[in-house]
Write a new protein. Structure first.
Length: 119
């Protein structure tokens, strides 16, 4: 088992920035692929970004490329999502997740943290 706790959400103006941390505990963190997903009201949950266990590979949704950056610190059992140039369409509940070689749906999920981009 691994427990994940995302935080750092809030209200930010368009063009602003937020950094979302995700703290992990339990099962060995540094062997997991970590990811961020989001779900806006009335929409399905969608992939945002992921990072492999050694930070060797990252992947991003087209909608956030060039604006968001995912990173991790295995020594601190933590992952981060730096979000810049935020847009109203980035408004959603953001979830951090971990998988150990399984599909994301069969991985571990934290509780969501709300990000609202509005003037």
């Amino acid at each position: 088992q691994v427990q994940l706790a995302g935080s750092g959400g809030g209200l930010v103006q368009p063009g602003g920035s937020l950094r979302l941390p995700c703290a992990a505990s339990g099962r060995t963190f540094n062997s997991a692929t970590m990811g961020w997903f989001r779900q806006a009201p009335g929409k399905e949950r969608e992939f945002v970004a992921s990072i492999t266990w050694n930070s060797g590979n990252t992947d991003y949704a087209d909608s956030v490329k060039g604006r968001f950056a995912v990173s991790r610190d295995n020594a601190k059992n933590a992952m981060y999502l730096q979000m810049n140039s935020l847009k109203p369409e980035d408004t959603a509940l953001y979830y951090c997740a971990a998988n150990y070689g399984t599909p994301w749906a069969r991985g571990y999920w934290g509780q969501g943290t709300q990000v609202t981009v509005s003037s």
